[in-house]
Design a protein around this ligand. Structure first.
Ligand code: PMP
Length: 384
């Protein structure tokens, strides 16, 4: 057997040869838009802080107040002593925002899906997932031990075929999709998925990590078009538009009670730190109280797609597809020379041959800078 060091070194060499090595760079976020990296100030077009709330004075003050009152850490699992009153309040607020009976807050979005899915389905059941669903859904599905069938991206016909062929052979069936797809920025047809799931006696889970705060009037992908889709499992994160940290599930009260009793990532993991809960509560006040703020990230993204000749954006995420991983890295490097930070996204995060610049827009991006970014990309021959 190779030594551990030899194993790791060999793996690293192989990743580097394919332009797939990832490294962490010391990064200081100055104000939610500007980033200090390697001694340079760069304008970020790759944060998920879509409403810039992580830097909002009211949100920061709420985090500080929570630390003063409850301490820096939760001290234990929520089932022991880690359940600060802030978490109960946060769950009430999330349930109202999402039009659900109840909610459960987890340590992160990733932990949420890793805990929810195995609590609801097991080896005798069936999980159907969109091919582009986020990594944490795959992790949850793996932990559940249920057979997984993959439907083509946003292809309702393919999903219906799979349900027809396989649903009857299993006791329970879970369909999982992102509400807003994290690397493509497009929306799932949530209303149609909800109807199809109901027709086949299946449960629909939407991962709305990139939906809350920015689509559906801030209430997420179940509310696009102004009418609520009947999604029994609305999962998401507090780490993006909400500007804080933590994950959640909104669902019917008995489902939430079951999750609180049985989900391993809730029961055996320390509760969310009070500062994160306090910040999220203050951010929800802003999201619920300022419709113009909520609308801005998508409007900014649309300005960009217009300038680039791309289809109009439906979310704050716009992929500029390049293809080759090395070429995507090179494009990101050239943007950096122009003063922009836009991370290249490569396999396995996206399919081979679809490496891209994932450009994200936030409420506060100045229009002149969006124009400058589009010009810099066009100068690289990107866009239409
Ligand atoms: N789901 C999706 C679609 C995501 O993009 C992410 C974050 N990258 C997560 C879940 C995980 O959320 P968190 O960062 O809170 O763990």
């Amino acid at each position: 057997m190779k030594s551990l060091d030899e194993f790791a070194t060999g793996k690293l060499r192989s990743l580097a040869a394919r332009s797939l090595l990832r490294t962490l760079q010391p990064t200081e976020r100055l104000d939610g838009l500007w980033i200090l990296r390697g001694g340079r100030r760069l304008l970020s077009f790759c944060c998920n802080d879509y409403l810039n709330l992580s830097q909002h004075p009211a949100v920061k003050a709420a985090a500080q107040a929570a630390v003063e009152r409850y301490g820096a850490g939760a001290g234990a699992s929520r089932l022991v002593t880690g359940n600060t009153p802030l978490l109960d309040e946060l769950e009430r607020r999330l349930a109202v925002l999402k039009g659900a009976e109840a909610a459960c807050v987890f340590g992160s979005g990733y932990l949420a899906n890793a805990g929810i899915i195995p609590t609801l389905v097991g080896e005798n059941d069936l999980i159907l997932v969109d091919e582009l669903v986020h990594s944490c859904v795959w992790t949850g599905a793996k932990l559940a031990g249920a057979p997984v069938a993959v439907f083509r991206h946003n292809d309702l016909g393919h999903l219906a075929e799979l349900l027809q062929a396989r649903r009857r052979k299993h006791e329970r069936c879970l369909i999982a999709t992102d509400g807003v797809f994290s690397m493509d920025g497009d929306l799932a047809p949530v209303h149609d998925l909800a109807a199809l799931a109901a027709d086949h006696d299946a449960w629909l889970l939407t991962d709305d990590a990139h939906g809350i705060g920015v689509v559906g009037g801030g209430r997420g992908s179940s509310f696009i078009g102004g009418r609520k889709a009947d999604v029994p499992l609305q999962m998401g994160t507090l780490s993006k538009a909400v500007g804080s940290y933590g994950g959640y599930l909104c669902a019917a009260a008995p489902v939430i009670d079951l999750i609180k009793s049985r989900s391993r990532t809730l029961v055996y993991s320390t509760g969310l730190p009070p500062a994160s809960a306090g910040a999220a509560l203050a951010a929800l006040d802003l999201i619920e109280g300022d419709a113009a703020l909520v609308a801005r990230p998508v409007l900014k993204a649309r300005l960009f797609t217009g300038l680039m000749g791309l289809p109009p954006a439906d979310s704050p995420i716009v992929p500029v597809i390049i293809g080759d991983a090395a070429a995507a890295l090179d494009a990101a490097k050239r943007l950096e020379a122009d003063g922009f930070l836009v991370t290249a996204i490569r396999p396995p995060t996206v399919a081979p041959g679809t490496s891209r610049l994932r450009v994200t827009f936030t409420a506060n991006h100045p229009e002149a800078e969006i124009e400058r970014l589009a010009k810099a990309l066009r100068a690289q021959g990107l866009g239409r």
